[in-house]
Design a protein around this ligand. Sequence first.
Ligand SMILES: Nc1ncnc2c1ncn2[C@@H]1O[C@H](COP(=O)(O)OP(=O)(O)O)[C@@H](O)[C@H]1O
Ligand SMILES: [Mg+2]
Length: 315
Amino acid sequence: MSAAHPASQVRRTTPALSASGLTRRFGNVTAVDGLDLELAAGEIFGLLGPNASGKTTTIRMLASILRPSAGSAQVLGLDLVREADAIKRRIGYVAQHFALYPELTAYENLDFYSHLYGEVHPARLTELLATYGLERFRDRFAGQLSGGYKRRLSIACALSHDPELVFLDEPTAGIDPVTRKELWDLFYDLATSGKTLFVTTHYMEEAERCHQLAFLSRGKRVASGSPAELRAGLGGRAVWAFDADHDPVLMSRLRNLPAVAVVNRMGQSVRLVVEKDFPQDQLRELLAEWPGAGEPQPVRATLEDVFIALTESNS
Ligand SMILES: Nc1ncnc2c1ncn2[C@@H]1O[C@H](COP(=O)(O)OP(=O)(O)O)[C@@H](O)[C@H]1O
Ligand SMILES: [Mg+2]
C-alpha cells in the first residue's frame, strides 16, 4: 500500500501553512468553525466536504481574500492578516470559477495574470504553455478552448509568478477522467518540485491521490489524516458488503437494523457501515429471506464509505 502511495516520501518538517481556530461567519451562518490545519511543504493536501461545508470560504481566508472572523494562520511563515500582501505574492489561487478572458488568447491570458502579480518573465510563460500542453493553442482565444484546456490554462495563469503554495478549489470538477489524471500528474510534478498544493474536492478517487486529508462537515473538521489512516480509522466501525438486486423495501429493512450507520448501493453491491456491536445474525437472517441476495462479507473501507459515514453522522 505505502509503496504505491507517495505520501511517505514528501512529508517534511517545516509547515507551509498552519491554521488555528480559523472561523468565518456570514451573518448568523458560521461557514467555517474553529478550523485547525497543518500542511507540510511539498505535500498535496486535500480538503473534503459536501457542498456548503466551508471549503471555498477556508481557501478564500487562507489566500487573504476574506478576513477571518476569528482564529489565526501562518502562511509560508507569514501572518495571515498582518502580512497579507506578502502572502499574496507567494501563493497561487485557482478559484472554483476561475475567470479567463475569453477574448484574449491563451498567451495573452498568461501575460495578463503575470502582470497582475507583477512578475513578467516571457520565457517562463512559454515554458508554462509547454508544460500544460497549450503550445499549439498559444494564439487561440481562451473562449474557444475546450473545458479541459480552459482548466489547464487557468492553472497555468495561477502559476505565472512561480508561487510556493497553490490553492486549487475543485480543480477538476466537470473534467473527464483522462484529463483529470493528466492534471494530477502535473500536480505531482509541482509537489515534487517543492511546491505545496491545497486542493478541495468531493471526488473520492481524487482524495485518494492526496498525501493528507481533512474532512469538513458544516464548517468543522471532523476527521484528518492520510487516506490510509482515514480508511483504517472509520471510528471503530466496519464495512460489510453483499450483492443484491435493488429493492427499496430491502434498503429500508437494512437501515432499520440495529447498529447500521450507512446503507449505500454501488451497482449490484450494497455496502453497510456498521458499529462494533452490529448483530451479524440479524443481517444474515434478513438476507436469507431475500431472493438473489448474496452472502454478506466484511470488506475493506473505501474513502467513500468514510466520507459518507462522517457526513451522515454530522448532519
Ligand atoms: N459571501 C457569503 N455570504 C453569505 N454566506 C456565504 C458567503 N460565502 C459562503 N457562504 C455560506 O457559507 C457556507 C459555506 O460555503 P462555501 O465555503 O462556499 O462551501 P463549499 O465550498 O464547501 O461548498 C454556505 O452555507 C454558504 O452559503
Ligand atoms: Mg466551494
